[in-house]
Design a protein around this ligand. Structure first.
Ligand code: 0GY
Length: 298
């Protein structure tokens, strides 16, 4: 049973006014369960409502997207079976980011790769996971580097200074979830967010998901206008290092039930011309997740 108090995803999202370009990639979304087939991890900090792959494909089509990147969420721990099942049923239109333990072997990694996994996620958000020692993460990093995978990191803004040294040493591409969860009551020009901007500036291997206005906003309306300046700053300054995702099915939301159509309509407010939008939605995610198709020029 899903936890009481967290909202279920929108049953009937609106059709966005903004039409995404052909081939657009939703580069951050999840599948949950169904628990009867893919039970949630015993170590989880929350129990979501089931959000099966069929609902994700329906949303993809409704919003006009072509592809998905499915990110392993903490409620499934390091059991990637629901993710792999979705990837194997995606007709090649989904890639995955898994969570693995340090003792994973090459054979298991190869199986994940064959299913479509192209990265691992290191989640540092304290309400979601117990602390992970850096040396365990470093040994995962050594194992995944030969596969050409990248690392997705999720942390909250105030914790960036603590992790800065570790992040700077990562040898692979590194994708930061949700702009490092800025505190939008502060200025985007202030020292906290500028510390994150410096990371993107200093480290060309770092990418940023300009995602989750629904989590980051501190407003009661769904205009998300307090988040826009942060996302726009990143898109304007790092147009080749940004990704966009819906974050469906929006786990752990209590303030409101996001309308996914409305979230798509945020895109032209943060990527203000066609060139920026094409990079954000097609060129960049294809380069990271489907490089073979980029090379073929498809
Ligand atoms: C997200 C955000 C959240 C949850 C997880 O792994 C997770 O459980 O990522 C969150 O609660 O902020 O990325 O969708």
């Amino acid at each position: 049973m899903a936890d009481f108090g967290w909202r279920v995803y929108h049953p009937n999202p609106s059709t966005p006014k903004y039409s995404v370009p052909q081939g657009a990639v939703d580069a951050h979304c999840h599948v949950f369960g169904p628990a009867a087939s893919f039970p949630y991890a015993e170590t989880r900090k929350y129990t979501p409502c089931d959000a099966p792959k069929e609902r994700l494909w329906a949303l993809r089509d409704h919003l006009g997207f072509t592809r998905n990147v499915i990110v392993q969420a903490t409620c499934h721990g390091a059991d990637n079976r629901a993710l792999v099942d979705a990837l194997q049923n995606s007709k090649g239109l989904a890639r995955g980011v898994a969570t693995v333990n340090k003792d994973i072997d090459q054979e298991q990694l190869l199986q994940l790769h064959q299913a479509g996994v192209r990265g691992v996620r290191f989640n540092f958000v304290k309400r979601l996971v117990d602390k992970l020692p850096y040396d365990a993460l470093e040994s995962i990093c050594e194992k995944i580097t030969p596969l050409g995978w990248h690392i997705v990191v999720y942390f909250e803004a105030a914790e960036l200074p603590e992790h800065y040294g570790f992040f700077s040493g990562l040898p692979t591409d590194v994708v930061v979830d949700h702009m490092g969860r800025p505190d939008v009551s502060k200025s985007p020009q202030g020292s906290e967010f500028q510390g994150f901007v410096k990371l993107l500036q200093d480290k060309p291997n770092f990418w940023c998901k300009v995602t989750c206005p629904e989590r980051i906003t501190q407003q009661s309306s769904e205009s998300y206008s307090d988040v826009i300046p942060f996302a726009k700053l990143v898109v304007d300054n790092f147009p080749d290092q940004v990704l966009w995702g819906s974050d469906w099915p929006h786990p752990n939301m209590s303030s409101h039930t996001p309308d996914d159509g409305n979230l798509v309509d945020v895109i032209p407010r943060i990527a203000v011309n066609e060139t920026l939008r094409y990079k954000l939605l097609v060129t960049n995610p294809m380069r990271l997740y489907w490089p073979e198709e980029t090379l073929r020029g498809d």
